[in-house]
Design a protein around this ligand. Structure first.
Ligand code: ATR
Length: 275
């Protein structure tokens, strides 16, 4: 690959909207790392060969975004345990021995934002996770590792929630239910991991899950508050945050894997949310 600096990038389809080049450019400046980070929009039929070509031509690392996080598992020679649990890869890294490591930093991105930036306590707390798709699978292992009293996974399609809970049952107290059968409430922490926000919808969960001590988190993000964040605030929750912090923290973990240095996330988060 041409150029004198180490090459990185993000693969998606489409990918033009990705903020990762901005984030990693800020990280590189801040830490004094000489590297480039580009967007790669690969069509499904060429995904495998283009990723392989990137690395054989000297590329050092890739982020993988929608819709390829599961497909990218097959491009790794070895997976971290968190990528195995997630069943998905968002980071590929070329190692010194020429093999490619597949990692998933989404879950630790969420727990970093929750525990460090937002100062939310998960240990021995009751957590409600709404949704049962790939986004939830990606974060369950790191959340369960924090030792919550229980994680209730609630999904519009109850069977998906039950199946996901069964998969993670050996890692902690986790249950799967449909929206109508969410027991108890309010919860200490409610996380929206559905794609409902993308269409401006609110998942149809009982309002009793949110109380005045509940911290609410939307893994989605956008300009201003997301519909879910607005809804939680209207219900009188303690505080609510959208997923900007998770976005920046997962990027910082990828950066650390590639460059061996963890950048400060605060300045990047401020730049993204102030514009
Ligand atoms: P992702 O990888 O982003 O998790 P996914 O696997 O397609 O994407 O999962 C989308 C999730 O959002 C699912 O939990 C889906 O619920 P179903 O399993 O019942 O389809 C949830 N979802 C999408 N739109 C929703 C809506 N309007 N209300 C509630 N849940 C919704």
């Amino acid at each position: 690959m041409s150029g004198t600096v180490d090459q990185y990038g993000v693969v998606g389809h489409p990918v033009a909207h990705s903020l990762s080049p901005f984030i990693h450019a800020m990280f590189a400046r801040q830490t004094g790392q000489a590297m480039s980070y580009r967007l790669f929009d690969f069509a499904p039929e060429v995904l495998e060969e283009r990723i392989t070509a990137f690395f054989t031509q000297g590329g050092r690392g890739l982020n993988i975004t929608l819709p390829y996080k599961m497909a990218a598992v097959a491009r790794a020679d070895e997976l971290t345990s968190r990528a195995q649990h997630a069943g998905a890869v968002n980071t590929l890294a070329m190692r010194k021995d020429g093999t490619i490591l597949g990692d998933n930093t989404d879950g630790v991105g969420l727990t970093q934002d929750l525990c460090v930036n937002q100062r939310v306590i998960v240990t021995r707390r009751r957590v409600l996770v709404i949704g049962a798709g790939g986004a939830v699978r990606g974060v369950l292992a790191p959340l369960l590792a924090l030792g919550p009293e229980v994680i209730v996974i609630a999904n519009r399609t109850a069977d998906r929630a039950k199946a996901l809970a069964a998969t993670f049952a050996q890692m902690g107290n986790v249950e799967g239910v449909g929206f109508r059968y969410i027991a108890g409430g309010p919860y200490d922490l409610v996380i929206n991991a559905t794609s409902a926000s993308l269409t401006g919808e609110i998942p149809d969960v009982p309002v009793a899950v949110i109380g005045s001590d509940t911290f609410c988190y939307d893994m989605a993000y956008g300009k201003g508050d997301t519909p879910f964040v607005r809804w939680c605030v209207e219900l009188g929750c303690r505080a609510a945050a959208s997923g900007w912090g998770m976005l920046v923290e997962q990027a910082a973990e990828s950066f650390r894997l590639w460059r061996g240095v963890r950048p400060l996330t605060g300045p990047v988060l401020a730049a993204l949310t102030s514009s």
